[in-house]
Design a protein around this ligand. Structure first.
Ligand SMILES: [Zn+2]
Length: 248
């Protein structure tokens, strides 16, 4: 089994600051649950989408080759048709999203959590070279986090038939993860409303691969390499393109 070290997402150290930043940026992040009650402020129960229609300034904190920089930018732009956001790639000045291309990990802050870091701190880390078979998928995946998406295998309605002892063993053997880490990043479903999740989607670019031997019965997810139709649907819902009634 040859898979890359899974992305863990950069978790906000201060959950209260994370909540406040999310709500200040976009009040719709304080979603009500399906029962109509306002969500409790607990991990994963609010979304972290940017203010709809805003400009996201994106910078590189290091100096990738021009080829690599353009490749990353082109992949990021694949998200553009599905969001009402403007991506502005800048060379200097303040930015919301800061990319490091020489990191030890592939991971990203989720949406507005990027606002919690000082301007010299990267918010999206890449540790992958052009030509690697998962280069494109990795950049698309990490920028999905930067837009506010969480890991699809932790969708509240995923119901993946995990063979848990095998899952713990797999992540321990391949990546040195503790059971707590495997619970946190793989097994435990997250909270959050339908606004955040949409329908569970095995094809999501935000889904970890699920090898068949880690499930009971015949169930697996391969390495997803493209932004799926349902990924785009969630983005369109989070960042709708308003059309004035008076237009035309
Ligand atoms: Zn991830």
């Amino acid at each position: 089994m040859n898979i890359s070290t899974p992305c863990k997402t950069i978790r906000a150290v201060d959950e209260l600051a994370s909540y406040d930043a999310a709500i200040l940026e976009n009040p719709d992040n304080a979603q009500r649950s399906s029962t109509g009650r306002r969500s409790k402020r607990a991990i994963g129960t609010w979304s972290k989408f940017w203010g709809n229609g805003r400009t996201l300034r994106i910078a590189f904190v290091d100096t990738p080759t021009q080829t690599k920089r353009l490749a990353i930018q082109a992949l990021i732009k694949q998200w553009q048709p599905s969001v009402n956001l403007h991506f502005e790639f800048i060379d200097q000045g303040e930015s919301e999203i800061r990319i490091s291309t020489s990191s030890a990990t592939n991971d990203s802050a989720v949406g507005t959590d990027a606002l919690l870091y000082e301007q010299h701190v990267p918010t999206l880390n890449l540790n992958i070279e052009i030509g690697h078979p998962e280069f494109e998928a990795t950049v698309l995946h990490e920028f999905g986090h930067a837009l506010g998406l969480q890991h699809e295998q932790q969708h509240p309605k995923a119901n993946i038939p995990w063979d848990k002892p095998k899952v713990y063993e797999f992540y321990k053997t391949h990546f040195g993860w503790t059971e707590q880490e495997t619970d946190l990043y793989v097994l435990t479903p997250l909270g959050g409303s339908d606004h955040l999740w949409g329908s569970y989607d095995k094809d999501s670019i935000m889904h970890y691969p699920v090898p068949n031997e880690l499930t009971t019965g015949d169930w697996e997810v391969g390495i997803n390499t493209k932004i799926s139709m349902l990924d785009r649907r969630v983005m369109r819902k989070a960042y709708p393109k308003y059309r004035s009634i008076d237009a035309d």
